[in-house]
Design a binder for this molecule. Sequence first.
Ligand SMILES: Nc1ncnc2c1ncn2[C@@H]1O[C@H](COP(=O)(O)OP(=O)(O)OP(=O)(O)O)[C@@H](O)[C@H]1O
Ligand SMILES: [Mg+2]
Length: 421
Amino acid sequence: MDATAALADPPGDAAGRAAKAGSGAASAGDVAIALDKVSKRFADGTVAVQEISLAVPRGELVCLVGPSGCGKTTTLKMVNRLIEPTGGRIILEGEDVTKADPVELRRRIGYVIQQVGLFPHLTVAANVATVPRLLGWSKKRQRERANELLELVGLEPSQYGPRYPSQLSGGQRQRVGVARALGADPEVLLMDEPFSAIDPIARARLQDEFLRVQAAVRKTILFVTHDIDEAVRLGDRVAVFRQGGLLEQYDPPARMLGAPATDFVADFVGMDRGLRRLAVTTVDAADLEAPPVVPASASTSEARSLLAGAPYGIVVGDDGRLLGRVSPAMLDGSSGAADIAADLAQPPAGVVDVGTTLKDALSLMLQHDDGWVAVTDGGRYVGVLAPGSLHSALRRSVETDATDAAAGPTSPPPGQPGATG
Ligand SMILES: Nc1ncnc2c1ncn2[C@@H]1O[C@H](COP(=O)(O)OP(=O)(O)OP(=O)(O)O)[C@@H](O)[C@H]1O
Ligand SMILES: [Mg+2]
């Protein structure tokens, strides 16, 4: 499979993450960054990165994950030429970055380093306006931009803008770091373990906020992390590296967890990858069960025959809306004149929308005795999610491209720079 084919699948099962909504399938023309057999051997002979090829679709967030020293930071720094590759090519929007002016290049690429690196002697607003100031924007435009970005990352500009970095919490500093990297509206963001210094609870909140920001700005992002949970939570795709700068697998999170390409990846994603998959796979109409549907206008005897021995049926209005559930026992002893929806049906124990993660749906299912939850799409009933549907959904999440799975590692092999358009 080449770099183009690597993009033929839709990105990660969106996992109810707002940022993923509508990211759609990428085609080759949508590639923003392509690494084509990129290698780095340092002067002392250390091989940090070995012939890595991967294509990053425009507007997607790709996580680079792997153990310490496997070449993640080196890969990131080669994209903005803080480190020069010793082999291969890096194509940004169709242009070979090694031929670009490095200063010009870095204005197109925002960079968030670990520990944020805010300027301590500048206010938060001035930190955020760093690149606009370097670009010679007017004072007014710098101020407006700083305010806009602080709002975007959830920091009230009048309150936080005048403060100094030392007067912020660690999480707030991280947000300022993200705002600063977005300063001049770069096409691409490179982020190196931006949340690693934050405690787990604050980190989860920051990740959510970050996904919300990404939903609004839809940048192409390369995001380095040690943490597989963070990678599958944030990434549309995940690239797993191993020691020696080798790319083991490059896939959407659900596939990474559901069909690890190598033993190394299986080990790295961990024993509980089955549970993790629930968080990155969404409820899809195709996986649902279809118990009998009883129209709200049915008589009790019609309802009884529609149920035909089934333990329950779903009561649906003329407009397709979910009105409730009905069992043979609920119909028993009622007169023919009863109104099914109003008098006999009971509300379904749990209702989720398509697009909810299996994890959230399962959690709701476990809170009730029914053993299933109804699924709606904008209020319209579409089916019932039962334990068997979970299996079907998980199977689907890895079978979207069976040939890839069968072919083993799905990292795009060499070649196909033309794919970058
Ligand atoms: N300037 C250098 N000269 C020689 N070797 C280097 C240099 N910079 C990095 N390396 C080596 O290259 C390898 C990859 O380093 P890199 O910083 O890319 O790893 P990483 O995956 O980001 O690790 P971590 O998760 O610990 O940040 C390491 O073995 C490192 O020691
Ligand atoms: Mg690093």
